[in-house]
Design a protein around this ligand. Structure first.
Ligand code: TYD
Ligand code: MG
Length: 450
């Protein structure tokens, strides 16, 4: 009988300790240790097999972009960097119920090559039910309701699919380990086993992972380090929009996002996000401005809403949804000091409409204009787009990708766009839209308010 002992492993960095620690000495995370069984002997005592591996010269390795396997869902392919790279491991994380299984199943049905969908969460019949809802009837789609890794590996070898989907990695287990499925050791070992096979056979593996209540992909950083691509599928439950974002991508940019909408019969792609984000805009209300944010290579026009109310007692409230709270505090201070707006005793609520999260400085000026509009109770000219970064001196600073942003505003029929003065030279006189250069928030607010 093998001796089993327990160890405590930090879920953030994988640091191992013989006793529980409140704070990890390695990564300084609090309360991150969990108890794990360690059966070093079993794994260590395996004797080295006779090896036939050989290193290859770099020039002899052929790898081409055209080898990528397309999911044929444009929004998904773009986030992946142009499709799935053979031999790569993709981890898709997200809250339960956000639509991960739906997304991969729709992708699987459109992939031209053979796909194996391994589900540890649902039975074959449940998956079939979903598949008929999504109208999936691809001949290349194979199902396996299984949680034991050996059986999965066996099927992968037998069936030899080009793409394997594991839904979810937290339900899989290796029978030689006594740990329960979902523990760090199990997740790590299962991933290692599948990776070993996939890298040699050039099969693509898509792992689905749940997000823990702390907001991390469970099985944590340990997994994120070993896979090639980490995608996050997010959205608000109350909104039908879902955003697929790359957190890490060895084969593409991490700036791209894919936007989807959840319907009764699955996810549909949103290829014109600006129109959707602006569709519910109320032109008559104060505090609403339109700005342009670059999401990867695409400019997206969206509505910035602010509501400023007097605070009658105590500390005024500041709430930001979809925007950095600290950045809001800075902009409020700048507005107070440089534009003379009395905000220190006002409640300020800021919202990026549509449930998107924006961390681009180019939206600063629109945030300032919305706040000024709500405070002064004056409407913003409804056909204006406002872009620009705001500095601590109240100056409006230049931003990148100005051409693309102007084009998008023009495309959607906006009458004018307010841009930083320093960006003006490069775009002067070229466009069919009125371009208004500004150099400080004061003149921006004066121009944009009715
Ligand atoms: P699911 O893909 O099972 O989520 P996850 O795998 O991330 O846990 O999706 C679950 C939710 O999506 C569920 O609440 C129902 C909804 N849904 C639809 O609205 N339309 C559909 O066609 C499908 C398949 C699911
Ligand atoms: Mg699921």
């Amino acid at each position: 009988m093998s001796k089993t002992k327990t160890k405590f492993i930090c879920s953030e960095c994988g640091y191992e300790s013989l006793r529980w620690l409140g704070r990890c000495p390695e990564c300084e995370a609090w309360n991150s240790f969990s108890e794990e069984l360690v059966e070093d002997d079993k794994l260590k005592n395996r004797s080295l097999k006779k090896q036939t591996v050989k290193a290859t010269q770099l020039k002899d390795i052929v790898s081409a972009e055209e080898d990528r396997i397309k999911t044929n869902i444009d929004e998904f392919d773009r986030v992946l960097g142009g499709g799935l790279m053979p031999g790569s491991i993709v981890l898709i994380g997200g809250d339960p119920g956000i639509g991960k299984s739906t997304l991969v199943m729709q992708a699987a049905s459109k992939i031209k090559d053979k796909v194996l969908y391994v589900t540890g969460e649902e039975s074959n019949r449940q998956v079939k039910l979903r598949a008929s809802r999504l109208k999936v009837d691809s001949e290349n789609f194979y199902m396996l309701a299984e949680t034991e890794m050996d059986n999965v590996i066996y099927t992968m070898q037998e069936l030899n699919p080009s793409v394997v989907i594991i839904d979810s990695i937290q339900t899989m287990y290796r029978s030689e380990l006594d740990n329960a499925p979902g523990t760090i050791t199990q997740i790590r070992e299962c991933t290692a086993q599948i990776m070993q096979l996939a890298k040699s056979t050039h099969q693509i593996v898509i792992l689905i992972g749940h997000v823990t209540k702390e907001g991390m992909i469970a099985g944590p950083k340990v997994l994120e380090h070993v896979v090639d691509t980490v995608l996050q599928f997010e959205g608000e439950r109350n909104h039908s929009y879902r955003i697929l974002r790359a957190q890490k991508n060895r084969f593409g940019s991490t700036n791209e996002i894919g936007i989807f909408e959840m319907h009764d019969n699955g996810l549909t792609e949103v290829s014109n996000p600006s129109e959707i984000f602006l569709s519910e805009r109320d032109h008559q209300s104060t505090g609403s401005s339109v700005t342009s944010s670059m999401e990867g290579t695409r400019p997206i026009l969206l509505e910035v809403q602010a509501l400023v109310t007097p605070s009658n007692f105590g500390n005024p409230q500041r709430v930001a949804t979809g925007f950095d709270y600290r950045r809001l505090s800075i902009l409020l201070a700048v507005l107070e000091k440089r534009a003379g707006l009395k905000l220190s005793s006002a409640n300020v609520f800021l919202n990026m409409a549509g449930g998107v999260k924006i961390d681009e400085p180019a939206v600063d000026l629109a945030v300032c204009c919305s706040i000024a509009s709500s405070l002064l109770d004056r409407n913003i000219k409804s056909n204006y787009v406002v872009i620009g970064e705001v500095g601590l001196g109240g100056e409006v600073r230049s931003i990148g990708q100005i051409e693309k942003r102007i084009q998008e505003a023009e495309k959607l029929g906006f009458e004018a766009i307010i841009i930083p003065k320093n960006n003006f030279k490069s775009v002067q006189g070229k466009k069919n839209i009125k371009i208004v250069p500004v150099d400080n928030i004061h003149s921006a607010i004066n121009t944009v308010l009715q």
